[in-house]
Design a protein around this ligand. Structure first.
Ligand SMILES: [Zn+2]
Length: 281
């Protein structure tokens, strides 16, 4: 099964993970900017990190293992409480958004749902609206429903196009709200905590696969870069057709991300390979 995982923090993984992911069918990943395991004190630390995920990671680690690696750039919600630092970071983002591997803005969102986090979120929604690029949005792990509804309201106020936005980390209680508001609905699967592949499979059965984006969000904590292929396999074994699963793990992320011309330019020929006639022997 061909797969795109639209949310992976490869910065925190080893190259062995790239190899295993490739063997399991993952052909492309998107690395959103996020917290790196500790709070940064200087804007320059963010810029070094943006440089890493937009240049070093794709060229020096991913490409050598046959993986297409893209990124999104943002001031993440977990470090957005320091408004002075957040605004300094936002002011320096454009250089990195201009990189050929940078396909949008993210992860923006809310963590503790504070007024400062909301300001930083709204300012970056405004930026995304002007640039008209895909956006990845982190929803809080605590107060999930209230936090998600607040994000949907802020997105509406900022007049961002819902078709460009992946509201991520949905659960059974939030996914209908996200889809009904016209957004893409990310479902992040972890091996044990939060949403498992089984729960994701059941959500797709109940709410449908349209505009749903399965991802692993593999990072520094207990996580698994193979949850998308594991969910795909589970779905094939439990009543879903190959076409349905392919639509979910390959066509959906392609269609969402190909709204970035930079993603489309690289991935369209890869995506269309299946359409090429096989030369007869
Ligand atoms: Zn993430």
């Amino acid at each position: 099964m061909r797969i795109i995982d639209p949310h992976c923090h490869m910065y925190s993984r080893t190259v062995d993970d790239y190899e295993m992911m490739g063997l399991c069918g993952i052909e492309a990943v998107v690395e959103p900017s996020f917290w790196i395991g500790n709070d940064r004190q200087h804007a320059g630390s963010f810029f070094d990190y943006f440089n890493h995920i937009s240049e070093w990671e794709p060229k020096m680690r991913a490409a050598k293992r046959g993986m297409h690696h893209f990124c999104t750039i943002a001031m993440n919600p977990k470090e957005a409480e320091n408004l002075t630092l957040a605004r300094e970071v936002i002011a320096g983002m454009q250089t990195f958004l201009d990189r050929t591997t940078a396909v949008g803005i993210g992860e923006i969102g809310l963590n503790n749902v504070t007024p400062n986090e909301e300001k930083v979120l709204a300012e970056q929604f405004e930026m995304a609206r002007k640039l008209d690029v895909p956006v990845i949005v982190h929803t809080p792990h605590n107060s999930k429903l209230a936090g998600t509804l607040r994000i949907l309201a802020i997105a509406k106020d900022c007049k961002v196009n819902p078709q460009r936005v992946n509201i991520d980390h949905n659960t059974e209680e939030t996914i209908r709200h996200t889809l009904d508001a016209g957004f893409w609905a990310g479902v992040t699967m972890y091996p044990r905590t939060k949403c498992t592949p089984q729960r994701a499979r059941d959500m797709v059965e109940k709410f449908g696969a349209e505009r749903v984006l399965l991802n692993s969000a593999c990072d520094w904590e207990t996580s698994d870069p193979l949850t998308v292929p594991k969910a795909a396999k589970l779905m094939l074994m439990t009543g879903f057709s190959r076409a349905q699963v392919r639509g979910l793990v390959w066509e959906n992320p392609y269609n969402f991300l190909a709204q970035s011309p930079k993603f489309k330019q690289v991935m369209e020929p890869v995506f269309k390979e299946d359409e090429q006639p096989v030369a007869s022997a």
